[in-house]
Design a protein around this ligand. Structure first.
Ligand SMILES: Nc1ncnc2c1ncn2[C@@H]1O[C@H](COP(=O)(O)OP(=O)(O)OP(=O)(O)O)[C@@H](O)[C@H]1O
Ligand SMILES: Cc1ncsc1CCO
Ligand SMILES: [Mg+2]
Length: 278
């Protein structure tokens, strides 16, 4: 890692968290969209975690109580999904488990705005979205086009900090350079590949990986940084041999699997920054 102030900011480094994740693969309940279900499950398996895409309201609460973490994604929203989300969140909270919110296209329709507001009020542990989604959640103008982000991470940083303070969640904004804040601490993470936004549902999959890291981490901030660093390092490695988004995808899965905890800390480019602007 490139920033010597990081030990002050992070209590557990990405390597420490990845070591634990691989030694005791966490069961992660992923309520995600139809596009992401298969992709995210493979991402979690490649990274070393154990995914389960369980969302029906009749069992979602019971399942959350036996999972290490829950992730909730509104990508292909419908009434039954929302019922499953509510039940699962109750189950996770009852069991004291962390849960992660992915507000896919939350700026796009009245239904998405309403459901996202309800979910944020239920106090997610982590919120992970692209810059357009986080800007919309922070009450700012969003240029998002459906599920695709069209804002830069830099313009979303102020909103992310306010959202973190107001919601109590760790907020992650992803894009060319990622930003993570809990309202007090903040880091930027470099890496990844321009082929990543050309592969659908990698953000959704990253949200699920945040759950995997959060399952055993002492702090949600460290877990979020760990998951994003894992993606950034694997993405950069995969880019090296890829000629386009198609050849990038299998290389990315291989790289998620191949990176060792030691290599993760050595290759991650993480910079601590001021959470409160000067
Ligand atoms: N231009 C880029 N260069 C490098 N990495 C990128 C770039 N854009 C996105 N990424 C990486 O891709 C991953 C997914 O982030 P992104 O912001 O595209 O999510 P998203 O818009 O929610 O995706 P989706 O909704 O399709 O799942 C993150 O690890 C992010 O760092
Ligand atoms: C393409 C798409 N449509 C709804 S969810 C999703 C996956 C990326 O967010
Ligand atoms: Mg998304």
């Amino acid at each position: 890692m490139t920033d010597r102030s990081l030990p002050v900011v992070l209590c557990q480094t990405p390597a420490t968290l990845l070591r634990t994740l691989r030694a005791e693969p966490p069961l992660v309940q992923c309520i995600t969209n139809y596009v992401a279900m298969n992709i995210a499950a493979n991402v979690l398996l490649a990274a070393g975690a154990s995914p389960a895409m369980v969302w029906d309201a009749e069992e979602a609460g019971d399942f959350a109580a036996i999972a290490g973490a829950l992730t909730v994604n509104i990508g292909t929203l419908s009434g039954p999904f929302v019922d499953g989300m509510r039940a699962a969140i109750r189950g996770a909270e009852g069991a004291g488990r962390p849960w992660v919110l992915d507000p896919v296209a939350c700026q796009a329709t009245a239904l998405r705005r309403r459901v996202t507001a309800e979910l944020v009020a239920l106090e997610p542990t982590i919120i992970r979205g692209n810059a357009s989604e986080i800007r919309a959640l922070a009450g700012e103008a969003s240029r998002g086009q459906g599920v695709d982000g069209r804002d830069s991470v830099t313009v979303a940083e102020d909103g992310a900090r306010r959202l973190a303070v107001d919601s109590g969640a760790v907020v992650a904004v992803t894009g060319e350079v990622d930003y993570v804040t809990d309202g007090r601490r903040a880091v930027r993470i470099e890496g990844g590949s321009p082929f990543m936004p050309m592969n659908t549902a990698l953000g959704c999959s990253l949200t699920c990986l945040c759950g995997a890291y959060a399952a055993s981490a002492e702090e949600a901030f460290d877990a979020t940084v760990g998951a994003l660093a894992h993606f950034a390092v694997a993405g950069r490695r995969a880019h090296a041999g890829a000629t386009g988004p198609g050849s990038f995808a299998p290389r990315f899965l291989d790289a998620l699997h191949a990176v060792t905890p030691e290599e993760l800390d050595a290759e991650a480019v993480i910079h601590a920054t001021r959470a409160v602007p000067a």
